[in-house]
Design a binder for this molecule. Structure first.
Ligand SMILES: Cc1ncc(COP(=O)(O)O)c(C=O)c1O
Length: 502
């Protein structure tokens, strides 16, 4: 290929002498960008290192270092000091990726995704949104104002100050042993879960728990019952594993086992939230629990119990987990620290029957090896030091007050617009719209007034029917009574405006 002399000027390279980025690095970046953007074409000859150093007012060493790096990475060809040019065979794909390298997306062109990839993209509303900035009444978020961050910082810092070698190597994919023990003891006492520490697998949260269960226990094309309405995050993880969903209606007693057994008798797994159904908030009755266990045991299906916010029960006796009633070893139990501590901690746990432990640990190791060891150690200290139990007690009282504040504020300002009744458990309440009001339209109207109330329809698997009453989810745990009061006023204004325009 005929070599063309490149025009490389100081102006186009834009080096900054006052920058904290070393000059050689700036020169490397500038030349690499020029190559990737096509300003320096394949085969273009570069000036001599001495000439360029003079032009730039830089030392020759600076230029030699930048050229050396670009040669090593394949952007340039030749030999430093004997004439260098832009590589003539830059991979096509690299050049085509250019606009994104520069941060400009090409409009109207989509990458070709797998069928599953496209399906996942369509589900992104479930959990994959950008970082959520909590604003009333976005549900699922804890009251961060109540978390003892000073204490947590001390515990984490202490661990890092005296970090032993074994916490810096690859760790046990099942989790840090003292944390597994602390979780097993807590679950036995607080949730009547029957397990040994060896059955506890520390995961990054309920999301990974569902993903692992789906991939370890089911094959693509297998069917799973999911609650309808139900948690989109779990549905998404099942779909990602190629599982077919069989939506099963939820009534005042929880998941309707008889309906599920009729509609999808061959299902291999049932995803349930028995302690506090998400999002309706009902508790699964003992009869239904026993019926589900019996059906699963007879049909050889697995039950995946998601016990995501069971710490928050304000009246009545604490309910034992479904897992504790299971005598046939069909229940996989999942819990999370996202609700009771904070979601960005990304720690949760699975309790699996002994004969499944090895398979789950293998799958976990292959997914992402393990959760961060030092954070796990700090959490074990937090639990062992009694801080976890104290935090649960404190937030339980706080969230009960916040729920009461929501009910009072709703009575004051939402009468006739949204029916909000107190509940015995959880971190959100359902607000019921008058018959015929479209909850998606209501949620959109609320957003205009700065109130975030996900519509119940968004949680349904089957399309919302004429007879389905519209609802809005009102999370309260993360918000102060003043925020709650203010947001109820704005929600009322939005719902009134909607009524006028309908
Ligand atoms: C039903 C349900 N399960 C689990 C979770 C928590 O998931 P993770 O532990 O992955 O944060 C949530 C959070 O919103 C949820 O609503």
């Amino acid at each position: 290929m005929a070599k063309r002399r490149a025009v490389v000027t100081i102006g186009t390279l834009g080096l900054e002498r006052t920058s904290s980025v070393p000059l050689y690095r700036q020169l490397y970046d500038a030349l690499r960008d020029a190559i990737l953007s096509g300003r320096l074409r394949p085969g273009s000859r570069l000036p001599s290192t001495r000439g360029l150093a003079d032009d730039l007012g830089a030392s020759r060493n600076t230029v030699l270092t930048a050229f050396g790096q670009l040669l090593a990475e394949g952007y340039l060809e030749g030999r430093v000091g004997a004439g260098t040019s832009v590589a003539g065979t830059l991979p096509e794909t690299l050049l085509r990726a250019r606009p994104e390298v520069e941060g400009t997306k090409r409009p109207g062109r989509r990458p070709r995704l797998s069928r599953r990839g496209a399906q996942l993209l369509g589900m992104r509303g479930g959990v994959a949104g950008a970082a959520i900035v909590a604003k009333p009444f976005r549900p699922g978020l804890p009251g961060l104002d109540a978390f003892p961050f000073d204490l947590w910082t001390r515990l984490v810092a202490r661990r890092w100050r005296r970090v032993p070698r074994h916490l810096l190597d690859y760790g046990d994919p099942a989790g840090y042993a003292p944390l597994r023990e602390a979780i097993a003891a807590y679950l036995g006492e607080a949730r009547a879960v029957r397990c040994e520490a060896s059955q506890v697998i520390v995961v990054t949260g309920a999301q990974q728990a569902v993903d692992l269960a789906a991939r370890v226990l089911l094959d693509p094309g297998d069917t799973a019952w999911v609650e309808d309405p139900g948690y989109q995050g779990a549905r998404g993880a099942l779909i990602a594993a190629g599982i077919r969903l069989a939506p099963v209606a939820v009534d005042a007693e929880g998941l309707d086992v008889r309906r599920g057994a009729r509609a999808a008798p061959g299902a291999r797994l049932v995803y349930v939230t028995p302690s506090h159904q998400y999002p309706l908030g009902v508790t699964m009755s003992l009869n239904r629990r026993l019926a589900l266990l019996e059906w699963a045991s007879a049909s050889g299906a697995w039950i995946l119990e998601d016990d995501y916010d069971s710490e928050y029960r304000y009246s009545g006796r604490p309910l034992a987990a479904l897992q504790g009633l299971d005598t046939a070893g069909r229940v996989i139990y999942a819990g999370t620290f996202s609700k009771v501590l904070f979601p960005a901690l990304r720690l949760g746990y699975l309790v699996v029957p002994p004969e499944l432990v090895e398979a789950f640990i293998a799958a976990r190791a292959l997914a992402d090896r393990h959760s961060p060891s030092v954070t796990q150690a700090a959490l074990a200290d937090f639990i062992d030091g009694g801080h976890f139990a104290r935090h649960v007690r404190r937030t339980r009282a706080l969230y009960a007050e916040r729920q009461a504040a929501l009910v009072r504020a709703a009575q004051r300002s939402l009468g006739g617009l949204l029916e909000v009744a107190p509940a015995e458990a959880g971190m959100h309440l359902m607000g019921w719209l008058p018959a015929g009001v479209d909850d998606r339209a209501a949620a959109r109207a609320a957003l205009v007034d700065g109130v975030d109330v996900p519509p119940l329809s968004a949680y349904r698997v089957r399309p919302t029917g004429q007879r389905d009453r519209g609802g809005l989810l009102l999370g309260y745990a993360a918000y102060t009574p003043r925020d709650i009061d203010d947001a109820c006023g704005r929600l009322a204004a939005a719902l009134r405006r909607l009524r006028r325009t309908e």
